[in-house]
Design a protein around this ligand. Structure first.
Ligand code: PLP
Length: 302
């Protein structure tokens, strides 16, 4: 039987976990982690939220094919492949770069789930918006979802994340890729709540596309560019050691592309007094754990 969108994940698993760490206690703040990584192993965290309204629109308009975009380790492609398989939709993943001799674990899983992989050169990928019309002609009766589930329906879905956390928080904290999730959190924030984003990408502040999608008044949010560890999907020994230590102390696994950098960054900002004493933080664990499969075995203790 074909499932409905809300049956694909288990939202009751999205627990809130209080962090008890020396630095947080010393600075007299509290920090909770919202574990949306736990709603599903493949459709990890924010990707389901960013996809759900687009998939709903596709189903309601009777589309049979979903076209979307991503790289070889994309959490978004993995989530889309899984959702489409369960919803009875065919999907086409347009992948950045030539087809490799061996597929990454992520792409192999997408392939197994029935996603049709369509490799294009990095140059073409950079101008993928110019391919939209051609793709929609090539695959008839198709619905196109931008890379990462970006766009207004992605923002709308991300805003729903806040339905899972009812506590009285002064600050919401999240990782930033395209900024879609952060835009949703800003939209859902209550009066007086401040949103801090940690960029996983090495982009020049003010010159990136992220901040353009945050059409919210300045003063309610900030993005730190100090914790990208070299750029998108880059990592250092320091980051990986932090992820292991954080897991040992808290039992919370993180991914090296987004949430490891997020936790490292937020704890460092706490240490550097970038949150006021008495602040009550909610940190969004947006998932992405499937991407850790690209690390050499035994890199991580979890
Ligand atoms: C995609 C992703 C993000 C970034 O979300 P954006 O809406 O693109 O900013 C953050 N965390 C995880 C785990 C992700 O997979």
């Amino acid at each position: 039987m074909v499932a409905g969108i809300n049956e694909l994940v288990d939202l009751r698993q999205a627990v809130v976990q209080r962090l008890s760490m020396p630095v947080i206690n010393r600075k007299a703040i509290t920090a909770d982690v919202l574990r949306i990584d736990k709603i599903h192993a493949t459709v990890s965290g924010n990707k389901w939220f960013k996809l759900k309204y687009a998939l709903q629109e596709a189903l309601q308009s009777g589309k049979k094919n979903i076209i979307t975009f991503g790289g070889a380790y994309s959490n978004h492609l993995a989530a889309t492949a899984y959702c489409c398989a369960r919803l009875g939709l065919h999907c086409i993943g347009v992948v950045r770069g030539e087809r490799p001799a061996a597929l990454s674990e992520t792409l192999a899983e997408c392939d197994t789930l029935g996603m049709q992989l369509h490799f294009i050169s990095r140059e073409m990928y950079r101008q993928k918006e110019s391919l939209y019309d051609e793709l929609l002609r090539q695959f008839s009766n198709a619905y196109l979802i931008p890379e990462g589930g970006a766009g207004s329906l992605g923002v709308k879905g991300a805003a729903d994340i806040m339905q899972l956390a009812t506590g009285d928080y002064s600050d919401l904290c999240c990782a930033v890729g395209t900024g879609t999730m952060m835009a949703g959190l800003i939209k859902a924030a209550q009066k007086g709540q401040f949103v801090t984003g940690i960029s996983a990408l090495n982009v020049t502040p003010g010159e990136n596309t992220i901040e353009h999608c945050l059409d919210a008044p300045k003063g309610l949010w900030r993005i730190s560019y100090d914790y990208h560890f070299g750029g998108y999907a880059r990592k250092t020994t320091e980051l990986l050691s932090f992820m292991n230590a954080f897991y040992t102390q808290t039992g919370i696994p993180t991914d090296f592309v987004y949430t490891g950098k997020l936790l490292y960054g937020i704890l460092d900002m706490v240490e550097k007094d970038q949150f006021l004493p008495g602040s009550r933080l909610l940190i969004i664990h947006s998932g992405g754990l499937q991407g850790n499969r690209s690390l050499p075995k035994n890199t991580l203790v979890f």
